[in-house]
Design a protein around this ligand. Structure first.
Ligand code: ADP
Ligand code: ASP
Ligand code: MG
Length: 592
């Protein structure tokens, strides 16, 4: 018999009326012939209220007790939902995470799922009951209650759908699908019919709060079709599956992370191991870095800039102070008034011009770009917080995201996605825990050269100007990183095909004169290594492991960029093979 998992978020169970409405949806699905598992969140803003309450008592509550407290929100909801179904004359049974057997590690407040038992759920389903599972929670080896991180009920739902081989995981929420950007911020946002796992993964971590990013890692790994739709209507919403909506479209969405902080280490000795010292100290304080940009500097000194959530800044600065001393960097600065704006799209991997267009649109609005990081299918820029929403809207209209692309099949919901293929089944069989990191490839590209402009004036329009000039010469730029301190100067590095280096340097030289900055520097042959997989960023240790590995074999990193699916580093051209071998060895245990 087919199984459907239906997840209802906080607003969808905010009061008794809504709980009853959700219950009716589940009963209807059952009457249509499915076995139904519901996953429910805490009612309304209950989790926020509990966090508030805890903070009134303790400014830094013990994490174990926090999970004990937060898990109660979902426990209330499952009990009420079971009563609601009973009142509709159907049988139901509610379970906490522990009762189902959702085993996690012991990282309180952001625990990872290791395994899920299915027997108890299956038995209840076979008895004709609707199973109601508490979202967002599990239990560790020592029988302690854990939670999966804010928004984690999505992850519970998709994980249950994966282990039960459900036909679909329906995410019922307060919007009627996934939009090209947050419709609360951009009224023009358009609902998409379909979006690929990779795009949704990047968008979720770029700030699209509609789905918990780890839920999409699950969906991708286990090939679970996810249908995001409204709790308050029966309209079809958005299908998240392997295929994109419009394969040729360079940009499918934009997103914003409002509260970020930037930290820049200045005058970092440009030698192997410097980045590792910083990353390991930050990771030791349990802080996840977001954008990471390393730039080769002048006179053998590099700059490492990264962003963290603003709330993590105090802990980060302590780590940075230690690292600055340890590696003998000249100093550091920070800015806690910044936001990250990103554009995402599978099509940009094959179509040049997205970066220039994005920079030009921002330039026209006089919006200054503080940091740039590009990856295969995402470009992120850091801007001042007070212009962030304006930047988001600007990008949304620059890429005409309000307009439905031509090549979209009208009806995509119901176009069944293929189930677990052999390859996935293989991967899954080899994993120790369901949320383990998987590395799918470590590729080496030895065809590129690097160009760096140091001391570029930090003002609106600069990036647009530089990359338009380069593009005017017919040169396709691959990776771009820009970092900037607050001293009014930016460093801009980019890679181009080796055959275009002379032409690029000519243009860069012209630009340097015009901008009154130093002559461009370059490396005629660089090696770009891209480590790609699932869980690259939610597993905070990956970047650290990568840098440690390269430092151990004496390889210096010139440029870095990170995304959900990929971490790329640029090293000297003579070191490419050695770097690839070392990385393959280092990650052998998690390679598929
Ligand atoms: P739930 O409580 O159901 O889990 P969330 O509040 O977590 O709901 O997620 C739904 C919200 O996500 C929407 O109300 C919307 O404001 C926000 N959102 C952000 N980005 C997007 C997007 N790209 N598409 C749709 N909604 C988005
Ligand atoms: N109740 C939890 C939260 O508010 C989990 C969830 O709703 O997904 O974060
Ligand atoms: Mg949510």
């Amino acid at each position: 018999m087919s199984i459907i998992v239906q997840k209802f978020g906080g607003t969808s169970v905010a009061d008794s009326e809504k709980i009853l409405a959700a219950a009716r949806k589940a009963v209807r699905a059952q009457k249509e012939g499915h076995q139904v598992v519901m996953v429910v969140s805490a009612m309304g803003k209950n989790t926020d209220l509990l966090i508030d309450l805890a903070r009134q008592i303790h400014k830094d509550p013990p994490a174990r007790e926090m999970d004990m407290l937060l898990s109660t929100g979902e426990q209330v909801s499952v009990a009420l939902m079971a009563m609601a179904i009973d009142s509709l004359g159907q049988q139901a049974i509610s379970f906490t995470g522990a009762q189902i057997g959702i085993k996690t590690d012991s990282t309180y407040t952001k625990a990872r799922i290791r395994s899920i038992a299915t027997d108890r759920m299956r038995q209840s389903l076979d008895e004709g009951k609707i199973v109601i599972a508490a979202g967002f929670q599990g239990i560790d080896e020592g029988f302690n209650i854990t939670t999966l991180g804010r928004g984690g009920s999505d992850t519970t739902a998709v994980a249950l759908a994966a282990v039960l081989h459900a036909d679909v995981c329906e995410i019922f929420t307060d919007v009627d699908g996934v939009y090209t950007t947050d419709p609360r911020l951009v009224p023009d946002a358009r609902r998409v019919n379909r979006i690929s796992y990779d795009e949704m993964l990047e968008l979720a971590s770029a700030g699209a709060g509609v789905m918990h990013n780890r839920s999409i890692e699950f969906a991708k790994k286990f090939n679970v079709p996810v249908h995001v739709r409204s709790s308050f209507s029966d309209n079809p919403g958005t299908l998240i599956c392997a295929e994109p909506e419009a394969p040729g479209q360079p940009v499918c969405g934009t997103a914003l992370v409002r509260n970020e902080a930037r930290v820049t280490l200045l005058g970092v000795p440009d030698r192997p191991g410097a980045a590792t010292a910083v990353f390991s100290r930050v990771a030791a304080r349990n802080v996840a870095m977001d954008m990471i940009v390393q730039n080769v500097g002048a006179n053998g000194l590099a700059e490492i800039s990264f962003t963290v959530f603003r709330d993590d800044l105090p802990a980060t600065l302590k780590a940075v102070e230690e690292a600055t001393r340890e590696i003998g960097a000249a100093g550091y600065n920070y800015d806690d008034n910044v936001s990250k704006v990103s554009v995402v799209g599978l099509g940009m991997a094959t179509q040049p011009g997205v970066a220039e267009k994005m920079f030009r649109a921002l330039a026209e609005k006089e919006i200054n770009i503080l940091m740039i990081s590009t990856s295969e299918i995402k470009i992120s820029v850091l801007v001042d917080r007070d212009v962030a929403v304006d930047a988001l809207r600007t990008m949304h209209s620059a890429f005409q995201l309000d307009v439905q692309p031509d090549c979209v099949p009208k009806e995509v919901i119901g176009a069944a996605a293929s189930r677990l293929n052999n390859n996935t089944a293989d991967v899954v069989a080899r994993m120790q825990g369901m949320e383990d990191l998987i590395i799918e490839g470590i590729t080496l590209d030895e065809s590129q050269a690097r160009v760096t402009l140091v001391g570029v004036p930090d003002r609106p329009g600069l990036a647009a100007h530089v990359f338009e000039q380069i593009a005017a010469g017919g040169i396709v730029v691959d990776m771009i990183v820009q970092s900037v301190g607050r001293e009014g100067q930016a460093t801009l590095s980019f890679t181009v095909p080796q055959t275009d280096l002379a032409k690029s340097l000519e243009t860069a030289g012209r630009l340097a004169k015009e901008l009154n900055c130093g002559a461009p520097t370059s490396c005629p042959r660089v090696a770009k290594l891209a480590v790609s997989g699932t869980g690259m960023r939610s597993h905070t240790g990956v970047a650290r492991r990568l840098f440690q590995c390269l430092a151990d074999v004496g390889i210096n990193v010139d440029m870095i960029s990170t995304s959900e699916m990929q971490i790329s580093v640029v090293v000297d051209g003579s070191q490419g093979q050695k770097a690839q071998d070392a990385l393959r060895k280092k990650f052998a245990d998690v390679m598929v």
